[in-house]
Design a protein around this ligand. Structure first.
Ligand SMILES: [Zn+2]
Length: 198
């Protein structure tokens, strides 16, 4: 949608009327498209000011910070166990506020066939009890600080490995870049593994 129309719809909760200020460009041969856009923008801003009383209202909603590698990874986060989801956000905030790094969740819930294709043996992602965090830009101190802080809080919730040892945060150095695989024990499994993912 035209950004001006989008801004109008957002601010007024209704589409712009048909006989609006969007004159066909053909009628304005002496102006460049940029000049037209600028003028229309000023006009919309004036109208917005009339309606809301707010001067220099931003024309677009501010973008939310992007914490996920892709839209798919973000969409599938809703299939995580709720407590897992909460702790993921606690970690995102910690990475941002304490480590002063940009958080990036690189994997949330997966489908069995995707795990198979990747040769992933753990079913923790498809059961909604694991997520991955990108760590490739972190230094040794930041890695250690993160592990220390969150192991102290949540290590007892971690998954068991084949030897029966609790492993909560697993550091992976795979071909796809360094990351933390954060995994919770089987009591955190959700129905995601039933294959009902969007
Ligand atoms: Zn993982």
């Amino acid at each position: 949608m035209n950004p001006l129309r989008k801004a109008w719809a957002w601010l007024t909760d209704q589409p712009m009327p048909k006989d609006d200020i969007f004159l066909p460009l053909a009628k304005l041969p002496k102006e460049s498209a940029l000049e037209v856009a600028k003028r229309l923008r000023e006009q919309v801003q004036k109208d917005i000011e009339k309606i809301t009383g707010i001067k220099d209202m931003p024309m677009e909603k501010p973008k939310q910070p992007q914490y996920f590698k892709s839209q798919l990874v973000e969409d599938r986060a809703k299939y995580l166990n709720l407590q897992v989801y909460d702790i993921m956000y606690e970690m995102i905030e910690y990475i941002q506020n304490e480590l002063k790094l940009t958080p990036c969740v690189t994997e949330t819930v997966t489908m069995p066939e995707e795990d198979k294709a990747l040769g992933r043996k753990s079913t923790s992602h498809q059961e909604g009890r694991a997520f991955d965090l990108r760590t490739r830009d972190w230094n040794a101190d930041q890695l250690a600080q993160f592990i220390g802080y969150f192991n102290a809080k949540y290590e007892s919730l971690g998954a068991l490995n084949s030897k029966g040892e609790v492993k909560f945060i697993v550091y992976h150095n795979s071909g796809h870049g360094d990351h933390f695989h954060v995994q919770f024990n089987r009591s955190f499994s959700t129905l995601a593994k039933e294959g009902k993912l969007a």
